[in-house]
Design a protein around this ligand. Structure first.
Ligand code: KG4
Ligand code: ZN
Length: 332
């Protein structure tokens, strides 16, 4: 079965062609980082306009790369939420138009579910597993029991982890999106240079909080003065990153132990972070919990994870009709 996956939930226009839920024939992502960079964050109106420009060439490009024509496609999977409504509507409208014109079954996909399953594009991870989904908009813990069966275990009380990376990068004038820049700078910094506080939530809670660390960095920068902190940007980056990583690693391992699940999967853009990948492995493996990490291109938004999630709905006989709408606040 050939599935076309279309993803336009935020600022990346992406399309992929997946064969039998396993073989990626094409996976194309067009990033809008350069457009939103000067604003230090995604500007929704600009994102929608850019999707409109990109979507047809990206979908055509994916079909060309896969060496298939639209008539060969057996199903279309498209992100229906959560995300920016103007962005979502571009992908959804295109998918509906194609499905109508060529009589192809189509299904709407939950973007969060797709992140939780992205690891399965590369390896067969046995169920159940604990998934830490950390992206620009979400920080969530789920127990993934099977395709389509997810149990919520915890989430952020305020900012998402990726948002903390992006906001701290903006404070320091490092550009957008901030996660990758901070990750790279931190490699040459001392992560023990500054001891930023780690949020402590009630015992037994598996929630996260990242607004405190953001404020702590702001106070640090203000009290140190620009002249002084500009000389130690890698140290600030490494120390901040270490605090965020600790706050992600600890609840994830505790929730795995509390549920007696010996597998942890990282997902979402922040899962591309090199220190998070390293520390989660170190600490979990010491407790005999195995950690699975997708390649960075499957951590950040992509069409292949949408195609995979859609494939598992299509083979269960699920279909959506043309009344399907975008849902900016869709939950799992
Ligand atoms: O999953 P994603 O591509 O889009 C959303 O659904 O939000 O995640 C984007 C987020 C951004 O906040 C970005 O700064 C962060 O992931 N990110 C990283 C890294 N690469 C991307 N954060 C930390 N380290 C990275 N290497
Ligand atoms: Zn995402």
């Amino acid at each position: 079965m050939l599935v076309l996956g279309v993803e336009t939930s935020c600022d990346d226009t992406a399309a992929a062609v997946l064969l039998d839920g396993r073989t990626i024939l094409a996976n194309i992502v067009s990033s809008q980082d350069q457009i939103h960079g000067p604003y230090g964050g995604v500007v929704p109106e600009l994102a929608s306009r850019q999707h409109i420009k990109n979507i047809v060439p990206i979908v055509d490009g994916a079909l060309d790369k896969a060496n298939v024509s639209v008539q060969d496609i057996d199903g279309i999977a498209v992100t229906r939420g959560p995300g920016l409504v103007g962005s979502l509507l571009v992908g959804l409208s295109l998918a509906k138009g194609m499905a109508f014109r060529w009589t192809i079954p189509f299904v709407g996909v939950n973007h969060l579910e797709a992140h939780l399953l992205a690891i399965q594009l590369e390896q067969d991870v046995p169920f159940p597993y604990i998934a830490l989904l950390a992206s620009g908009g979400h920080t969530l813990l789920y127990c993934v029991k099977n395709f389509g069966n997810y149990v919520f275990l915890g989430g952020t009380r305020d900012d998402a982890a990726g948002e903390a990376f992006d906001k701290v990068a903006k404070m320091m004038g490092l550009g957008y999106p901030g996660g990758r820049v901070i990750d790279n700078l931190a490699k040459s910094g001392d992560r023990r240079a500054i001891r930023f506080p780690r949020a402590r939530l009630k015992k037994g809670s598996f929630d996260f909080s990242f607004s405190g660390i953001k404020t702590a960095v702001w106070h640090y920068l203000k009290s140190t003065g620009e002249e002084a902190w500009k000389n130690k940007v890698p140290d600030v980056a490494a120390s901040f990153q270490e605090a965020v990583v600790d706050m992600l690693v600890q609840p994830t391992i505790r929730v795995a132990e509390a549920n007696d699940v010996r597998r942890i999967v990282l997902a979402g853009g922040v899962a591309a972070n090199s220190r998070l990948r390293e520390k989660m492995k170190e600490e979990a493996e010491a407790k005999k919990i195995q950690v699975y990490v997708p390649a960075p291109k499957f951590c950040t938004d992509n069409g292949a994870m949408i195609a995979l999630t859609g494939y598992h709905r299509l083979i269960r006989g699920q279909r959506d009709d043309f009344r399907l709408n975008a849902d900016a606040d869709l939950t799992l």
